[in-house]
Design a binder for this molecule. Structure first.
Ligand SMILES: [Zn+2]
Length: 262
């Protein structure tokens, strides 16, 4: 028997198409013994490795709901356990299909763990899977409440660049500019911490909404609530990436001018 289910699905797959995954076998049944596998990596009855459901994402990979507040230690524990169980060394005498499954699964396990362990990439990944954000397509716009500060900062950066272009990095003007940049750097780092707190609060709201849905069954208001929370998370991420870039730019400029000072 061949295992024909999609091993890797790069494109988002809607829930509705999930049952078409295996083709010949009933959805969720073991390819070897026909037992119900409940989307586990291994059949609970015969222990053989199973193909992933077509819509399985990194959360499903670890048997988790799409929640954002994860127990990092528990995730690490699951990761170690799975990397041991899925290791290709365990499949040297297995069929070609099973060996392929184990190879594919081991490499996806590393990706899944890397993405989910980082709270930021976790949010980004959720937004991608929910179709709210495309990879690498973050909008770069100054947050309105920071416009004045950003304008001022850009002026200081321009001045610093022209002072450096004139080889005056060790002069008084450069020293004053450096002070100003260090101060701005501190302000924006504070802003970054505030944004992270916002992100964490919004992540909590998302989890609460999922919990509410699973406790009360889906209701008419649920999709709108989800969409609203996802849009908020997306907006916070965009703002964060903008401020993060600013902080990095200032950092680079400061380092450069300090180098030239000597
Ligand atoms: Zn089985």
């Amino acid at each position: 028997m061949t295992i024909s289910a999609n091993l890797q699905s790069g494109t988002p797959v809607s829930r509705a198409t999930k049952s078409s995954a295996g083709g010949k076998k009933p959805d969720g049944a073991c390819w070897n013994c026909g037992a119900e596998t409940r989307a586990a990596h291994f059949c609970p009855a015969c222990g053989r490795i199973q193909p992933l459901a077509a819509d399985a994402d990194y959360f499903a990979f670890f048997g988790l709901p799409r929640k954002l507040q994860l127990d990092s230690a528990e995730l690490e524990r699951q990761f170690l356990l799975l990397s041991w169980k899925l290791h290709p060394d365990n499949f040297v005498r297995a069929s070609d299909c099973e060996r392929e499954l184990s190879l594919d699964r081991s490499s996806r396990l590393n990706d899944a763990s890397r993405i989910l362990q980082n709270p930021l990439s976790r949010v980004e990944y959720l937004l991608e899977r929910e179709g709210v954000r495309r990879e690498g397509a973050a909008k770069q716009q100054a947050p309105p409440e920071l416009l004045a500060e950003v304008f001022e900062l850009n002026e200081s950066l321009d001045e610093m660049r022209s002072v450096r272009a004139d080889n005056l990095a060790d002069g008084e003007e450069a020293a004053a500019l450096r002070d100003r940049l260090v101060e701005a750097q501190g302000d924006f780092q504070e802003k970054l911490a505030e944004i992270d707190a916002e992100l964490s609060a919004a992540s909590g709201d998302w989890d609460a909404a999922l919990e509410f849905e699973s406790g009360n069954g889906s209701n008419a208001a649920a999709p709108a609530r989800r969409a609203e929370l996802l849009a908020r998370l997306n907006e916070i991420l965009n703002r964060r990436s903008y401020v993060r870039n600013l902080v990095n730019t200032v950092q680079g400029e400061l380092e450069q001018s300090e180098l030239e000072q000597r």
